[in-house]
Design a protein around this ligand. Structure first.
Ligand SMILES: [Zn+2]
Length: 200
């Protein structure tokens, strides 16, 4: 790819922006140009915010969440039920559940899902500390994995890991999305929804 007519610093900025999710080389060039044109209003504050975030970010020693303190603000919050533990693959999933305000317990972030193809083994995930936490007074573990092959493989593995403890293990229901029409659902979703039907 021919270099930009703009010097190595700007070239590097574009290359780094292109690594962000949703940004290819073309959108990275456009984003860089917006930043360069708005040097005082955007480029400099963004650079400072990034430096501050890089200096402040911590991985929670208890649950694996990202915060500026460790233990994180969720693990420290006395209003959250320590007997309920929701296991998620990634911090993005924790953020999604927090946006929905449905869960008032604590989390455990695995840092990914098992994948033979990508070489992700249990040792590479935050699994061992989970068993220790569960042994320490947790009443229910909610497995909130993605409804993907990797997510469900991970959920089955965790059920085996937790089989020797007396903890109740549940998982999120799979089924018809809110606002979804049956005619548009794939067969897997439809059959999962049918199996998970409830009495009204
Ligand atoms: Zn935490």
């Amino acid at each position: 790819m021919p270099s930009l007519p703009a010097g190595p610093q700007i070239e590097k900025l574009v290359q780094l922006l292109a690594k962000l999710p949703g940004l290819g080389p073309r959108s990275a060039r456009r984003a860089a140009l917006v930043l360069l044109k708005k040097r005082e209003a955007l480029l400099e504050p963004l650079g400072q915010a990034m430096r501050e975030a890089a200096a402040a970010i911590r991985t929670c020693e208890t649950c694996g969440n990202l915060d500026t303190v460790s233990p994180c603000s969720i693990c420290r919050d006395p209003r959250r039920d320590p007997h309920l533990l929701c296991v998620v693959e990634d911090v993005a999933d924790l953020w999604a559940l927090e946006r929905a305000s449905v869960f008032k317990g604590r989390y455990h972030v695995l840092g990914g899902a098992l994948s033979a193809l990508d070489g992700v083994t249990p040792e590479r995930l935050n699994v061992a500390p989970l068993a220790a936490r569960v042994a320490n007074g947790v009443g229910e573990v909610i497995l909130a994995m993605n409804a993907t092959v990797e997510g469900q493989t991970t959920a089955h593995y965790l059920v085996d890991v937790l089989a020797n403890s007396s903890v109740k293990v549940t998982r999120l229901a799979h089924g018809v999305p809110v606002g979804g029409e049956l005619d548009y659902l794939d067969e897997g979703t439809l059959s999962a929804a049918f199996r998970a039907r409830r009495e009204m």
